[in-house]
Design a protein around this ligand. Structure first.
Ligand SMILES: *[C@@H]1O[C@H](CO)[C@@H](O)[C@H](O)[C@H]1NC(C)=O
Ligand SMILES: *[C@@H]1O[C@H](CO)[C@@H](O)[C@H](O)[C@H]1NC(C)=O
Length: 221
């Protein structure tokens, strides 16, 4: 009996991956609590690609994708700056700024970023359009248990209501290598691409805290 109870308890703790195809996370309000934690078992990344779609009318700064470890609070961060069409990309607590890639408010934007520890170069794609390749940090991997958060920036530990994300996020994938420019364009154009092997929207392990909803993505008829 005790063993059965233990097994039931373990089973309810273990994350069950969900297929979120054609779904989105809706972040409907500014809070310093609401967020989604994305779970992965990977603990050593020598390269990264992250792709997702984001929809918002926010004109202030906000995180798009935030990955922290105990060694670096901005270990991999895509941050939209308040000024229009400016992004900061961070790897290993170092950042580069990117400008004018055609990011638009009130529409879905496909946002991808790649980085690798050998060259130290980081790059941004907005709706399939590549940026310059810029140096941020080389020679060390992203290591240890990863805290990956959507909806908040975990910089410094706590959450800041003035940096919360309001809007919708969908199609989140993360890979442990730099994806080819062709495949990133395929992702952006909703053609075929290799599903993420660190995070996979079609089999996602996640935990929601606060008012974040899973809804059907609205289609234009
Ligand atoms: C958020 O912004 C408002 C308005 O600018 C300010 O009054 C408040 O102190 C800020 N809150 C935090 C936690 O920074
Ligand atoms: C891009 O998509 C096309 C059409 O679905 C497919 O034929 C091609 O193999 C894809 N390219 C890559 C690099 O995945």
């Amino acid at each position: 009996m005790a063993l059965l109870l233990l097994l039931v308890t373990l089973a309810s703790c273990a994350a069950t991956p969900q297929d979120l195809a054609r779904k989105m996370f809706t972040f409907p309000e500014a809070t310093n609590t609401g967020h989604v934690k994305l779970l992965t078992t990977k603990q050593d990344l020598s390269a990264v690609t992250v792709c997702l779609r984001s929809f918002t009318d926010l004109r202030r700064g906000h995180p798009v994708f935030s990955l922290a470890t105990s060694l670096a609070s901005n270990d991999f961060l895509i941050f939209k700056l308040d000024a229009s069409d400016l992004f900061d990309l961070w790897a290993r607590d170092k950042k580069a700024e990117f400008a004018l890639q055609g990011y638009k408010l009130n529409t879905w934007n496909a946002i991808c970023s790649t980085w690798d520890a050998t060259s130290g170069l980081i790059q941004l794609w907005v709706n399939g359009k590549p940026s310059s390749r810029k140096f941020v940090s080389s020679g060390s991997n992203i290591i240890g248990p990863m805290s990956i958060v959507l909806g908040q920036d975990s910089y410094g530990g706590g959450f800041d209501i003035n940096q919360s994300f309001i809007g919708m996020i969908s199609d989140v994938h993360m890979w442990d290598y730099t994806m080819s420019s062709c495949e990133i364009q395929n992702y952006s154009d909703e053609l075929s691409f290799t599903l993420g092997n660190v995070l996979n929207w079609n089999a996602l392990d996640f935990q929601i805290t606060g008012r974040v909803l899973i809804e059907d993505k609205q289609r234009i008829c």
